[in-house]
Design a protein around this ligand. Structure first.
Ligand SMILES: NC(=O)c1ccc[n+]([C@@H]2O[C@H](COP(=O)([O-])OP(=O)(O)OC[C@H]3O[C@@H](n4cnc5c(N)ncnc54)[C@H](OP(=O)(O)O)[C@@H]3O)[C@@H](O)[C@H]2O)c1
Length: 356
């Protein structure tokens, strides 16, 4: 590479780092902005009651939102938008980063020689060597594949939620949520998948853009080296560490129980029945807490945190947001059940058995 190439590489590398740092701190600031008001509103001080009520007004949905408060609300069935967005965005990130990992961050030594060969085939292009040079250490390459793994788990989660929105839940026609809650949901399903892959998302995006540009120039020649190699894409995932598999096990535990609890909620009404009739749910974790589907959601994100290795503040804040948001809604749901049903089982906790 000539000196102009080296200079260009240094400039692109530096501006990419600046944008990346900005993006990471933006995400962190947004998660903190979501957590703090809930923490403040939950402090046991009568002076904070007006703030608590205000926040609750934004957070209420479905059965805990009075049918009279229709201002600034949208149907609760708009949850569908979250999962369509979640599936489209997570799939795009997953595909882009998986391809990037395969091409630029091989985990094994034979794949390393593959990269060398590929660089040779593409004429040792500036673009390829720029990306390759950013992930040279074994730790960096491991972290790229870890991002692929986290996005795979997220994909499994949002795909099921999309399926359930269509085929399991029977949203009542009167169930609403505040527009603020709706916008928070849209933000959540944009920022959550991104928070799982900030380590390499920008590089992968840049790489994809460069690949498209190169493809336009080299076309057929590139096609010959991009023959699909399924095992090459899967094998590095099987080489991840115990932390990733322990996280996946915790994730699966929460995922399975959320599936069961959603099936129970969905079965409380006839298929297609959209009347707002509520009964006491029974079975699975409903026997111990009032909002087991929220508890399961927290376990799902705790699993993602363990699978991430727990070293990234952004993933901790993502879990913090999920806990704060759902514990707040669960407390109100518990109060609602106790008020609505005289025979509501008093041994049930709101969300966390023996604690809350
Ligand atoms: N990651 C996050 O930050 C986050 C935030 C929000 C939600 N979520 C997840 O999204 C999922 C759905 O949350 P949600 O708040 O929409 O749940 P929800 O209010 O419990 O409602 C789910 C469905 O079950 C119905 N339902 C609830 N309780 C019922 C009862 N006692 N009798 C009959 N039907 C009942 C609801 O009816 P109506 O249509 O009449 O309300 C609705 O169709 C949860 O698993 C939650 O964890 C995640």
């Amino acid at each position: 590479m000539n000196s102009v190439g080296i200079l260009m590489e240094a400039i692109s590398s530096q501006s990419l780092d600046t944008i990346k740092t900005g993006l990471i701190w933006l995400l962190r600031a947004a998660w903190i902005a979501g957590i703090l008001p809930v923490l403040i509103a939950s402090l046991p001080s009568p002076r904070l009651n007006p703030f608590h009520s205000l926040l609750l007004g934004f957070a209420k949905r479905g059965k805990i939102m009075p049918s009279s408060s229709n201002r600034f609300t949208v149907p609760q069935s708009f949850f569908l938008h979250f999962y369509v967005l979640g599936v489209v965005w997570t799939t795009a990130l997953l595909m882009g980063i998986w391809y990037f990992a395969y091409k630029v961050a091989p985990l094994s030594s034979e794949s390393l020689s593959y990269v060398a060969a590929a660089t040779h085939l593409t004429g040792g292009s500036h673009v390829f060597s720029l990306h390759k040079s950013r992930f040279t250490s074994a730790e960096d390459r491991f972290n790229v594949w870890k991002s692929v793994f986290l996005l795979l788990l997220m994909e499994i989660h949002v795909l099921r939620r999309l399926y359930e929105t269509f085929h399991v839940f029977n949203y009542s026609s009167s169930a609403r949520m505040h527009i603020f809650g709706y916008l928070t949901g849209v933000y959540f399903y944009t920022a959550a998948p991104l928070s799982l892959c900030t380590f390499c998302a920008l590089e992968a995006f840049n790489f994809a853009a460069d690949q498209v540009a190169e493809f336009k120039v080299e076309g057929q020649e590139m096609l010959s080296i991009t023959d699909f190699d399924l095992w090459g894409y899967v094998k590095p995932i099987t080489r991840l560490g115990w932390c990733q598999w322990a996280g996946a096990a915790i994730f699966s535990w929460g995922w399975f129980h959320q599936f069961c609890c959603h099936a129970i909620l969905g079965s409380l009404r006839e298929r297609g029945d959209r009347t707002a009739e509520y009964v006491i749910p029974r079975g699975d974790w409903f026997e111990i807490v009032s909002s087991p589907h929220y508890l399961a959601e927290i376990i799902i994100y705790a699993g993602l945190l363990v699978a991430s290795g727990g070293t990234d503040l952004t993933t901790w804040l993502l879990l913090g947001f999920v806990v704060a948001n759902l514990a707040f809604a669960a407390a109100e749901t518990h109060r609602w059940y106790l008020k609505k049903f005289e025979d509501y089982p008093h041994n049930r906790w709101a969300i966390l058995p023996f604690v809350y």
